[in-house]
Design a protein around this ligand. Structure first.
Ligand code: NAD
Length: 257
């Protein structure tokens, strides 16, 4: 039986380690027949990404620092040289300075604010624009967000504001790209122990709180996020766009937390 994304040409940005949510998504998409291109942010992370990519035969490995327009353009050219179209885009990228992920939001620096918004939000807009000519009816884009966009989560600070802008961008991009049959959605994941998450002060408390109060009384696994990303990327979700789906053991539903 063909897989849910059989033969779909898929770009995945955001693999940094085997714990990365992007890596769980990439593996799941490969199981369902996708052709993959994984990107790496820099040469240091290339050393992590290449061995992972080698476990999925045929996977392309390409550089892309999303803060550099030239690298986004080169990525598109490299993809075009290999594929006649891009069906699926996974955007699993975010960054804020460590010092902005503790203490008070009011202390955010101008530079730190711009950096977080550029890497974590504008990159999705830039990638959608750059890939739009290669995408078309049936294409689907998924990004990753967190409940800190809607509620105050201690220490999440500027990243919460960036995630709010990211979720708004999902809706605007869904509106812009919908007429071409391109869908844009987000998965809002519960806390998962990754490189990015460990930069947030008090991250282990966030994990513990979810285990205590979320309806399912356990933490989210990257594989659970990957299954929902697969759904959103596949034709099963052909009527869904501009949506944010929580995969967080139900934590978002609770009031007194
Ligand atoms: P991760 O550290 O594995 O992945 C973050 C990725 O962002 C890395 O691959 C890193 O290389 C990439 N990145 C940062 N700056 C970049 C740049 N300039 N150019 C290109 N890539 C860049 O951590 P993760 O938890 O898998 O994060 C993936 C996404 O999931 C992020 O958007 C994050 O905010 C989101 N998210 C994570 C959690 C969690 O608890 N881990 C929860 C909800 C949402």
């Amino acid at each position: 039986m063909p897989g849910l994304v059989q033969g779909k040409n898929t770009v995945v940005l955001g693999v940094a380690s085997e714990r990365s949510i992007a890596w769980a998504i990439a593996r799941r998409l490969a199981q369902e027949g996708a052709n993959l291109a994984l990107t790496y942010q820099n040469e240091r992370l290339e050393k992590n990404v290449r061995p992972l990519a080698e476990t999925i035969p045929g996977t392309l490995v390409l550089p892309c620092d999303v803060s550099d327009d030239g690298q986004i353009e080169s990525l598109v050219q490299s993809l075009q040289a290999q594929w006649d179209r891009v069906d699926l885009l996974v955007h699993s990228v975010a960054f804020a300075k460590k010092e902005e992920l503790s203490g008070r939001y009011v202390d955010t620096s101008r530079d730190g604010f711009h950096l977080a918004m550029d890497v974590s939000v504008f990159s999705l807009v830039a990638l959608c624009k750059a890939l739009e000519p290669l995408m078309g009816a049936g294409s689907s884009v998924v990004t990753l967000t967190y409940i800190g966009s809607e509620r105050v989560v201690p220490n999440y600070n500027v990243m919460g504001v960036a995630k709010a802008a990211l979720e708004a961008s999902v809706r605007y991009l869904a509106s812009d790209l919908g007429p071409q049959g391109i869908r844009v959605n987000a998965v809002s994941a519960g806390p998962i122990n990754t490189f990015a998450a460990r930069a947030i002060a008090g991250f282990t408390t966030m994990l513990q709180r979810v285990r205590e109060v979320a309806p399912l009384r356990r933490n989210t696994e990257a594989e659970e996020v990957a299954d929902t990303a697969l759904f959103l990327l596949s034709d099963l979700a052909r009527g869904v766009t501009g949506e944010v789906i929580y995969v967080d053991s139900g934590y978002h539903a609770m009031g007194m937390v």
